[in-house]
Design a protein around this ligand. Structure first.
Ligand code: C5P
Length: 239
């Protein structure tokens, strides 16, 4: 923790449960966000947008700022291709990598193995493979799909899943040992933007989330630092 974080009374345990979504199309902008919010977030999420703009350099650069890297590329292809891609990405030093559960158990298993092998070959700690259950944009997914994908993730040996806060209880029921990651985090009074099922940090943690992905609630706030502090206060209320 930096001196500044000590002064602001930030709880490092909560900080490690918060991932900042670097949803920008330029590495310089991502570095600015990373520097500004280092005291409040332990994990940085690099998604398709930033990875398309900056490639693997984004991983090393943001990692050098002190963040764990959550690479949200949502891999979905034939098992061999996903396995090979995950092996490459595992060697870059990412702590989390996402894959679509929709790709099936063989694809997920190949991704899990590739990711572990890539990290091991590079002498790195084993990363976590996360299965995306249902995209929040998929309004047509029938209710039985979420539990089915949670079980696929567990069967394939994934470390965890990504799901909506509202699905946490059901996810825990079907796969209690999986790490649960939740986007859609908003403070009360925030604009929900395109998040159909937003929830507060406190509610996400109370519901059993292990890692909260936060983007616009902080990055688009009128006072981003005050918003980051409010995220911590809400998370601490779950305590
Ligand atoms: O909405 P927010 O800016 O907090 O989004 C943070 C992350 O949540 C995004 O990077 C994306 O991965 C995810 N997201 C989502 N569903 C949406 C919008 C964003 O799961 N409708």
């Amino acid at each position: 923790m930096t001196d500044n974080a000590t002064e602001t009374g930030i709880d490092p345990a909560i900080r490690d449960q918060l991932a900042l979504a670097l949803d920008v199309d330029d590495l310089v902008a991502a570095i600015r966000l990373g520097r500004a919010f280092k005291d409040y977030f332990g994990v940085a999420k690099i998604g398709l947008e930033l990875y398309s703009a900056a490639g693997p350099e984004a991983i090393g650069t943001i990692s050098d700022l002190g963040y764990k890297i959550f690479l949200d590329l949502k891999l979905h292809d034939i098992p061999t291709t996903v396995g090979k891609a995950a092996r490459v990405l595992g060697a870059f030093g990412v702590q989390y990598l996402t894959m679509h559960a929709h790709g099936g158990v063989d694809m997920l298993r190949a991704g899990v193995q590739g990711l572990e092998e890539g990290a091991e070959n590079a002498g790195l700690e084993p990363p976590q493979s996360l299965a995306i259950t249902v995209l929040t944009s998929d309004g047509e997914a029938p209710p039985h799909i979420m539990p089915k994908r949670v079980m696929l993730a567990a069967e394939a040996g994934c470390s965890g899943i990504v799901c909506a806060v509202g699905d946490l209880e059901e996810a825990h029921h079907y796969a209690p040992r999986l790490t649960r990651v939740t986007p859609g985090i908003r403070l009360s009074g925030d604009n929900a933007d395109d998040q159909a099922r937003a929830a507060s940090p406190g509610d996400a943690l109370t519901g059993g989330s292990d890692l909260l992905v936060v983007g616009r609630a902080v990055t688009r706030a009128d006072d981003p630092i005050a918003a980051a502090q409010a995220i911590h206060a809400s998370a601490a209320s779950a305590g």
